[in-house]
Ligand binder design. Sequence first.
Ligand SMILES: [Zn+2]
Length: 405
Amino acid sequence: MKRSVIILLALVPLIFSGLETASAGAPKTKEAKYVFFFIGDGMGLQQVTLTETYLAYEKGVKGRELLNFSKFPVTGLVSTYSANADITCSAAAGTAMSTGYKTKNNMIGMDPDTNRLESITYKIHRKDIPVGIISTVTLDHATPSAFYAKYKDRKGYYEIARQLPESGFEFFGGGGFVYPAGKDKNQPDIYNLMQQKGYKIVRGLDNLPEGKIQGKLALFQESGKEGELPYAIDRSKEDLTLRDIVKSAIGHLNGKRGFFIMAEGGKIDWAAHSNDSRTAILEITDFAGAIEIAYNFYLEHPDETLIIVTSDHDTGGLGLGTRDGSSNFNLGALRPVISSFAADSSSRNAIDTLNKTTGLGWTTDGHTSSDVIIYSIGAGSSLFSGKMDNTDIPRRILKAMNIVF
Ligand SMILES: [Zn+2]
C-alpha cells in the first residue's frame, strides 16, 4: 500500500467525526442584516444575454462578458403571472414581491377585493431596521409604490404619493412624482408634506451635505429636472444615477440595525417597450453598475449581507435570432445609436429596421409571461434557488432576515 493511501485511510475517521460534529452543533448561518433587493423592471433573461453578448462584442471576443450579478452563486426561476392575467403588469408584480400575495393587474398593495395587504418593508421597519426605496423612475410608479403604498389603481399617482411621507421610511431616492400637487395642481405639495414629516430633501448629488444627515433623507434630481432619471444613453454629467443613489442610501442607512434597500432600474422596461435594443443594453449595464456598489458592501460584510437581483416580468419578448437572420448578430449596427429613440410611432420603422439588421426579434411592445431569473449572493441566498413564484420572494427575504412573515 502506498504511503499516501495509508495516510488517507488514517484520516477517514477524523473526516467523518468532523462531519458529525459539524452537523450536530452546526453554527446557524447568520441572518441577513443588510439586504439589497434589486428589481430590473422588465428585464427578461434574453435582454441580459443580449447585453452580455454585446459587451463581449465590444471587447472584440465571441461569447459573453458576464455582468456582475450573472456571476452570483445562486440562481432561480420566478413565475410572474398575476391574479387575473397570464401577463402581469408592474403593479401586480410589485405587490406580489412586496407583500407575498397575488393581485389583479393595476392594483397596488391590495388584494383583488381591495383588502389592504402589508408590504414586508413595514414588517422590517417595525423591527427598527431602516428602509430605503429607490427608483430611476418616479417614486409614485408601480414598483416603488408597491413597497410603501396601497391603492386600487396604479394611475392614482397623487393618492399613491400622499402615502409616501406617512411611511416613515428613512430614505427615498430617484425620480420625483408625476403630479406633486395633484392632477389639477390644487392639492398639498408632496415635497412639502415630506418636509413636514421630517424628510430632508436634497436635489442633486452636489447638494448632498458632507457627513451623516440626521433623520430621514430624500434624494432627487437637481431643481428643474424633476421626474424620472434620464436613460443612461442620454445622460449628462450632472444627472443623478442609480449607482449614486444606492451609494447615498448605504451612507445614510448603514448602522447597527442593518438596513433593507429596494432599488429599481425602472427604465429597462421603458426601453424594452420601445424595443430600443441599444438603450436597453446600456440601461442594464447601468443597473449592474448600481449592483456593484452593493457587491462592494457585501465584500466588507459577507456573512451578514444578502443581495437579490431579479425582475418583475419580461418586457418585449426579445428573440435572440430571427427566421431569416444569420447565425451571428450584426451588433455593429447598434453602435451608431447614441441616444434613445423617442417613444412614439415616428420611431417605429427605424427601430424595426435596426433590429432586423441586427438579427434581433422583439415579439411585442408589451410585457410577456416568461419566467424571470433571480440571482443572489450572501446570507440566506440559498433560499432563492430553484423554481419559485414571485410571491415566494418577500416571504423568503423575511426568512433570511429571521423576521416572521
Ligand atoms: Zn412595462
